[in-house]
Design a binder for this molecule. Sequence first.
Ligand SMILES: [Zn+2]
Length: 253
Amino acid sequence: MDPIPRYSRHMLLRVIGEDGQRRIEQSRILVAGLGALGSVAALLLARAGVGFMRIVDQDAPELHNLQRQVLYDEADVHRGLSKAEAAFAHLKAANSSIKIEPVNAEIGPDNVDALVGGVDLVVDALDNTRTRYLVNDAILTRGIPYVFGGAVETVGNIMTIIPGKTPCLRCLWPNPEAVENHARASTVGVLSSGAATVASLQVTEALKILSGHEDQVLSGLLVLDVWRGCFHVAPVRRNPQCVCRKFEYATEA
Ligand SMILES: [Zn+2]
């Protein structure tokens, strides 16, 4: 008797199926940031069989990360590996059949185009607005779908951006400086389960796109508070003046 296929539980799903799983295995993605969100997103997407993952972070795991960054353990902290190197080892242990490219670097204007180059999707697991806007603009230029996520305290946001079709981050927040002053995990904390929830929802959005169901992504900004058990989708409109309007041609070709 043939063994049960590795991805059978996704192949059995009506919403993914064998065709969707094959598409996932042929996909190439960038996970931008390997903190709380990136830990969960990278683990689930590696286990889902995404064929190629570029994983990027400039930090090393620290003891205070282990409360929520489930990709690392105490040995990683003591060995002083970068997050990219430690994540590479753990993801390979979870799924040796996929290709993983670890990049120990800070995403900036000089490397953002190279990092988003050649991928089908970007998962945003970043912790600052300036870098998010760099990635937002880079994916618009190249027509690459982008799943934004953010988590702080007990709340989180998720929005999926399809260039040329949906609002982008600049449509949502035209002024990056105003957003940058919002609370950060390093000052107000972040609930581990809140970050994991946001990342799980980002993975769900990513799997929709990678399996060929881009038409089923979330419409608007999903806002949640896991402590209160509240989830709602706030409508977001495309801003006629936004830079993303220039890239409408990208999906019309
Ligand atoms: Zn926009």
